[in-house]
Write a protein that binds this ligand. Structure first.
Ligand code: NAD
Length: 512
C-alpha cells in the first residue's frame, strides 16, 4: 500500500489554514491542527510573557509543585499518551511508553533540583577581594521558544520544556508537523494543572510557523531537528540576537573491542540501530569491531537479527518510517555503500519499501560512502573491522557530527570513551546517558551545541547574575581615584606573595 502520509495541508477555505497529522502505518487522519501565522505566534509569545510574572513569583518551590503535579497527570495518562504517540508516529506502543516514562523522570528531576542548582550560591572572593562577600544566582531568561522533532515527540521537547519551566521561564512550543497531537497533549495537560494560565503555550504548523517563533520576541530558542534546519534557525535568530540551543543529527558509532562481551554488544547494536525504525538521533549507525573478534561478532549479530521485522502489529519490533521523504535517502545510502564495495549481509537493495524498511546490515563499507558520512535515519547498520582501538577512535571521530556513541569492552573502556569526540558515550550499554537526568545531553560539530538535562540543562535557560556585597572597608583601596603609590606598592608585594613564587617550566620531551 502506498499511503500519502506527509502532513496534509488544507486549502485556506475556512477562517484559518490547517493540516492533518497522518498515521504513517494506516494513512488514517489522526488529527487536524491550525497552521499558525506570524500574528498567532506573536500572540502566543505575548501570552507567555504575561504569564511570566506569575510563574517567576512562584519561586522554585511553587513551580516544583506544579511540575510534579504535571508529571503525575502524565503518569496516570501514560497509556493514553502512548496510544497517541503510536498512532501519530507509528512506533510500537511499548517504545512510546518507555519514551514518555523517561520524560516524566526528567520533569521530576528538573523540578526537584532547580532550586539547589540555580538558587543563590556563595562564591569565595579570593585574597585580593577578601573584604567582599560574593554570590552567583541564575535568573530565568523570560520566554523560551521550543521547536521539536517527530522522532521522539515527548522525550526530546520535554528535555527543553521541563528544564526551561523549572528555571522560571514560560514557554511557547512548536511541535513537529508530524506529531502535533502529541504536542497538544503535553500542553493541554500542563495547562490543566496551572488552571488555564498560559505558562506553556502551543503553536502548530509547518516550518514557516517555526520560523515565526525564531523571529518573535522570545528570549531563547531551543531547537531539536536536523542540522540543515538548525542552520536556518540560527540565521533567523541572529536578527534579534536571540540565543539558541541546537540539538541536531548524529552519526554515532558503537565500538567493539577484543575483550567485549560479544552477545551483549550485538544485542545493543541491533536495538540501537533498528529500534524506532532507526530514527534515533543517538542511535547507532556505524559499528567498528576489533578485527580479532569481527567474525564471531558478525555471527552473533546475524543470529540475533534472525526473525526481526517491522510492522504495526504486536510482532513488529519497529514501525514504518514516519517521514516518507526519508525513504529515498535510506535507499540511496544502501545503494551507494554496495556500489562502493560494501557487502550486504542482511537485507540490501530491496530493503526499502513504500512504508517500511527491512533490517539491513552492510559490512566492509568504504569510509567515504554516504552510509558512513551522512545521517541515514533508517534501520541500517554499517559494520567495519578495525585494526585496533586507535583506528576505531580515529574513524569514529572522522565525521562532521559528534552527538553520542557506545563502547563495548573492558580494559580500554574509559580511555576510548573520553577520546571519542561527542557529547555522550555509554560503556557496555547504549543510550544510558539519556535516562540519567543528572547528565548533560547534547553534541558538538554538526550535532549542535548547548545542553539540555542535568545542571547544565537548567543553566542553559538562565543568565548568570554575579553580586558582591562589601563586608568591610578594603585594607587596600584599589578602586579609588585617591589611590596612592604606597597602596600600589603594597598591592605589588601582595601579588608577589600570591603569584610570584619560583615557577619551573614543564619539561618538554626530548627531540628525536
Ligand atoms: P526537521 O529539521 O525537519 O524539523 C524539526 C522542527 O523544525 C520541526 O518542528 C519543523 O517544523 C521545524 N522547522 C522546519 N523548518 C524550520 C525553519 N525554517 N525555522 C524554524 N523551524 C523549522 O527535523 P525532523 O525531521 O523533525 O527531526 C529529525 C532530525 O532531528 C534528525 O536529524 C535527528 O537526528 C534530529 N534529532 C536530534 C535530537 C538531539 O537531541 N540531538 C533529538 C531528536 C532528533
Amino acid at each position: 500500500m502506498t499511503a500519502t502520509i506527509e502532513p496534509d495541508v488544507q486549502s485556506p477555505e475556512g477562517p484559518q489554514p490547517s493540516f492533518d497529522s497522518i498515521n504513517p502505518a494506516t494513512g488514517d487522519v489522526v488529527g487536524t491542527h491550525p497552521i499558525d501565522d506570524k500574528a498567532q505566534v506573536d500572540a502566543a509569545v505575548a501570552a507567555a510573557r504575561e504569564a511570566s510574572r506569575w510563574w517567576q513569583e512562584l519561586g522554585f518551590d511553587g513551580r516544583k509543585e506544579y511540575l510534579l503535579q504535571w508529571r503525575s497527570v502524565l503518569t496516570r495518562r501514560l497509556q493514553q499518551l502512548a496510544d497517541l504517540m503510536h498512532r501519530e508516529g507509528g512506533k510500537p506502543h511499548g517504545d512510546a511508553m518507555l519514551e514518555a516514562g523517561l520524560a516524566i523522570d526528567h520533569i521530576a528531576w528538573a523540578a526537584k533540583h532547580a532550586g539547589k542548582i540555580l538558587g543563590r550560591q556563595k562564591v569565595g572572593p579570593g585574597l585580593l577581594m577578601s573584604n567582599q562577600a560574593a554570590y552567583v544566582e541564575y535568573h530565568p531568561l523570560g520566554v523560551v521558544g521550543v521547536i521539536g522533532p517527530w522522532n521522539y515527540p515527548v522525550f526530546t521537547p520535554v528535555g527543553s520544556i521541563a528544564y526551561s519551566l523549572a528555571a522560571g521561564n514560560t514557554v511557547v512550543f512548536k511541535p513537529s508537523e508530524y506529531t502535533p497531537g502529541v504536542g497538544r497533549f503535553l500542553v493541554d495537560t500542563f495547562t490543566e494543572v496551572v488552571h488555564g494560565r498560559p505558562v506553556l503555550n502551543l503553536v502548530t504548523g509547518l516550518g514557516e510557523t517555526g520560523n515565526h517563533l525564531c523571529t518573535a520576541e522570545v528570549d531563547k530558542i531551543a531547537f531539536t531537528g536536523s542540522s540543515a534546519t538548525g542552520k536556518k534557525v540560527m540565521a533567523a535568530c541572529a536578527e534579534r540576537l536571540t540565543p539558541v540551543v541546537i540539538e541536531a543529527g548524529g552519526k554515532d558509532s558503537l565500538i567493539v573491542d577484543e575483550d567485549a562481551d560479544l552477545k551483549d554488544a550485538a544485542e545493543a547494536a541491533l536495538w540501537a540501530g533498528m529500534s524506532n525504525a532507526g530514527q534515533t538521533c543517538i542511535g547507532t549507525e556505524r559499528v567498528y569491531v576489533h578485527e580479532r573478534v569481527f567474525d564471531p561478532f558478525m555471527a552473533e549479530l546475524l543470529k540475533q537479527a534472525e526473525g526481526i521485522r517491522p510492522g504495526y502489529d504486536d510482532g513488529g519490533v519497529y514501525g514504518p518510517s514516519t517521514m516518507p521523504k526519508q525513504l529515498p535517502i535510506i535507499r540511496s545510502h544502501i545503494e551507494d555503500a554496495i556500489a562502493k564495495g560494501g557487502k550486504a549481509v542482511l537485507g540490501g537493495l530491496d530493503s526499502v519499501g513504500d512504508q517500511y524498511v527491512q533490517p539491513t546490515i552492510i559490512t566492509h563499507v568504504p569510509e567515504d560512502s554516504l552510509a558512513v558520512t551522512e545521517e541515514t535515519f533508517g534501520p541500517t547498520l554499517v559494520v567495519n573491522p578495525v585494526r585496533d582501538m586507535e583506528e576505531a577512535v580515529e574513524l569514529t571521530n572522522a565525521t562532521k557530527y559528534g552527538l553520542a556513541g557506545a563502547f563495548f569492552g573492558k580494559k580500554n573502556a574509559m580511555s576510548v570513551a573520553s577520546r571519542v569526540r561527542s557529547g555522550m558515550t555509554s560503556i557496555n550499554s547504549v543510550i544510558s546517558f539519556a535516562a540519567i537526568p543528572g547528565l548533560p545531553f547534547g553534541g558538538v560539530g554538526d550535532s549542535g551545541f548547548g545542553r539540555i538535562h542535568g545542571p547544565d540543562g537548567l543553566r542553559e535557560f538562565t543568565y548568570s547574575k554575579a553580586i558582591t556585597r562589601q563586608r568591610m572597608k578594603a585594607p587596600l583601596m584599589l578602586q579609588s581615584l585617591k589611590r596612592d603609590g604606597t597602596t600600589e606598592s603594597r598591592f605589588q608585594q601582595l601579588l608577589t606573595v600570591m603569584h610570584g613564587g619560583s615557577a619551573t617550566l614543564p619539561k618538554l620531551p626530548k627531540r628525536r
